[in-house]
Design a protein around this ligand. Sequence first.
Ligand code: COA
Ligand code: ZN
Length: 319
Amino acid sequence: MNDDHGPAARGRHITICEVGPRDGFQSEERFIPTDEKIAIVDAMFAAGLRQIQVTSFVSPRAVPQLADAEEVLARISRPEGASVSGLVANRKGAERAVGAGVDFVHGVLSASETHNRKNVNRPIDASLSEMEEVAAILAQGGVALEGGIATAFGCPFEGEVPAEQVGRIARRYQEMGAMRVSLGDTTGMATPVTVAAAISAIRDAAPGLEIGLHFHNTRGVGLACVMTGLSLGVTHYDASIGGLGGCPFAAGATGNICTEDLVYLLEESGYATGVDLQAIIAVAERTQETLGRPLPGQVMKAGPRLRRYDPDATRTAAG
Ligand code: COA
Ligand code: ZN
């Protein structure tokens, strides 16, 4: 195991893909005004994020919150070097994504049969065949494919998902020309042990294919799983502003690992993210205001590590 945190990690770049506008907003019942979605995405770019999964190109009946996908894409400001993506589950979504001008698409299918049927209303094999057509549409439109594998570390309906099944799907994505696979921990079932097993299965089944990790913090071990990914050389992680997130078609789904908390962990461990912690905390605070409720992120509450308090304003213990 290549365990290189600390001084050896100094300056090594880790990519954070912000997924709050998709994975987070998709479950919000009250429609978030399009202007506010755009302002939040723009503020995320201004804070230094360079990859954002902005929306989904799925049925507006399945996910009404993201029915404004095209308008959001058209009106966000995309800084030099920025990369925006949208989630796609079928051919129609691929055509919409190409038309809207995304840089890459996050293709979605699940490693477990029951979740795949709940989420995209078809068996895994049908999703894989359709994904081949999606890949062809994207290739023709000059758009890259990130191969999403939901329920990669366990399924809320079926339980354990074999690592070999994740490897088999990764192999199919590699054959389709995907630039990377993204392992989705839909309901926070990943642990350091299952993460290591899935990475090893993919490296066996699809050598050379880049791996991205998408954790949810449902059981409080999301950042521990990131540490496992780092120790195994994975440099691409999804995270969500304030720890927002969760799939509406997976029982027990809660938020992604939190972007600001991940920035804090990585920067304090010697990695470079390009993200300004104070600025991203401000975006998390704004998002809380927009949604009208507190989000689970911890660093936005506690502040940076060296935040200092006035001793005179704090009670002294006296017996
Ligand atoms: N964009 C817009 N509309 C779409 C669409 C897309 N990508 N895909 C399908 N539709 C519309 C069709 O036009 C059709 O509309 P109509 O009845 O007015 O003609 C309707 O949806 C049904 O189409 P069908 O191909 O039969 O879809 P389906 O019922 O098998 O559903 C999905 C398939 C993938 C579109 C749907 O399950 C879905 O959108 N799932 C959401 C997945 C998701 O975002 N999950 C959360 C993230 S993990
Ligand atoms: Zn997710």
